[in-house]
Design a protein around this ligand. Sequence first.
Ligand code: ADQ
Length: 490
Amino acid sequence: MTVLARPRVRTFDLVVVANRLPVDRVVDPDGTEQWRTSPGGLVTAMESVMPGRDGAWVGWAGEAGEAPEPFVENDMYLQPVALSAEEVEQYYEGFSNETLWPIYHDVIVSATFHRFWWNAYRAVNQRFAEAAARVAAPGATVWVHDYQLQLVPAMLRELRPDVRIGWFNHIPFPPVELFAQLPWRQSLVEGLLGADFLGFQRTADAENFLRACRRLVGLPTKGDTVTHHPHGDDGEAHTVRASAIPISIDFNGLDELARTPEVKARAAEIRSSLGDPEILMLGVDRLDYTKGIRHRLKAYEELLRDGEVAPPETALLQVATPSRERVAAYRNLRTQVEGTVGRINGEHSPIGAQAVQYLHHSYPRSEMAALFLAADVMLVTPLRDGMNLVAKEYVSCRHDLGGALVLSEFTGAARELHQAFVCNPHDIEGLKQTIMRAVRAPEADRRRRMRALRKRVADHDVQRWAQRYLEALASAPERPERQGRHGKSA
Ligand code: ADQ
């Protein structure tokens, strides 16, 4: 890590703005602290478009209090944004995760509205916009990510009319009837309309946004565009495009990893440590109520009860990454899931085997690849999910054309992965039948499906996603604010 001296402020042609920086602070056994790149999809995507471009990333470093000095990691300039403990509670856990997240995910749990959370959201979005304005070179491209930063486009536009601004939503955009519940709906729409281009996971998400513009703010829409007057009714009109550019994963990277002798050996070891079951089913999710973990466990419990599956011939491995543990709905979910796993094991596990093996940990990429390679049936059953990268990661690891993917129709991934065993997780009977169809499918059928799934992901990988996004942003129409003017400094 290189700490850069102040007050020299460098500026960059491409600036990514996301709630989190792509690094985590780790403390080594000898007590020294360092930053380690968190290997998320966004980092991989950015690595593919950064070479030859001057790139910066603006985001929170993950700990409340003062922000660390800017530093360079993996050739990327990282500009930390400070959040106080109160802002973490109100902007992040509160407004982002207890107001927006439920509304944007079909109100699977009810949303909570507090005006002071909204005020914190606005203040933090302003801080992100100011940080982006400081590091963006004249005429730079600024790519803002996700639901935590929906006000940044308009705030940044105000500070820096010269930059090109894109926003991408990683989660669904809700139907207008749900979005309408938000007391701040108009401000959110106006915040987003500061962008030149708005990207969504599915066409249906982009359409929901356009409908919100039309019905709730009274703006005219045509095709995938909406027209507004950034400077009031008398000012010049401007058209913003909102369309789907679905995210993906680093297919080649994962495919290569899964072909290494170490990962193959580890996959065999995982199976043998589970007693070499005939059918190993796998679930891998953040422990989030949107992921349908409870529905999956219910279906599995009934299959055990009905005698359709039985340990040790069949095993279910559920990996649940710890997530948002300070939010009550997440703590409740953890209690429920762990209670259900305990009950299933108590009732259905013979001595020496477990019906469900439950792991509440994060794992390195190679271990994830080994898990994917080991699993005969991958259960991806969210009640609502913007995309779901796990589904794409699973097929990328199956160079052997083995395995079967059970995939909820309520994921963005289902719009692309048509050869999966598609299910409605709310329909427990249907879910049970789909799981058993995947278990019993003839090998030739599974291989045919897997080949097609792999082709889809290989042809539409994360590198292509980032390129398509940046091309769409680059070809957005000129905004009235940008013509001939450079911005005020923040
Ligand atoms: P998430 O809700 O986090 O992302 P998902 O798309 O499944 O959901 O991505 C999770 C990532 O975490 C995957 O790369 C997965 O491999 C990894 N992961 C899960 N459990 C893990 C564990 N125990 N150890 C290590 N890694 C683990 C949001 C949206 C999604 C959208 C993505 C990307 O909610 O709908 O697909 O952003 O846009």
